[in-house]
Design a protein around this ligand. Sequence first.
Ligand code: NI
Length: 164
Amino acid sequence: IGAMHMAIYNIVKVGAPILREKAAPVTRFDKKLAKLMKDMAETMYRANGCGLAAPQIGLGKRIVVIDAGDGYGIREFVNPVLSDPVGEEVDEEGCLSVPTYEGEVERAAQITVTYQDAKGTHYRLTAQGLLARALQHECDHLEGILFIDKAISLTAKPKEEERI
Ligand code: NI
């Protein structure tokens, strides 16, 4: 029922110029933005991802959605700015825009993000674990950076039909 007016976007893949561009700040906080973020979330879930940045749907705007699998559900970040990194952690990452590789990336173990919601209200959040990693991965997308640029190891992902 809730999916009545949902739109699913195509996810652009590595090689597309938009993935290498710096995204622009959001300045209009309206119903269109709220709808866009709902559709980004739906697109992410449909692709079995845990994070999606607007450049990945071909839109150069500073918008990120994340579901870190912590039971909170979807988190929406408009104009996110990261600060106060603490510690470092190496773990596996993949990306919906880089379907053929996964790799180990070193990230801050804890990060603070200031951001706005769909209405423009400002928030501040300190995150650890997968949420911290996803925030750093997705905010890199807003700068035109992909995890393959930072990976300390890369392995080819088996094709879907080869997985057991
Ligand atoms: Ni990604």
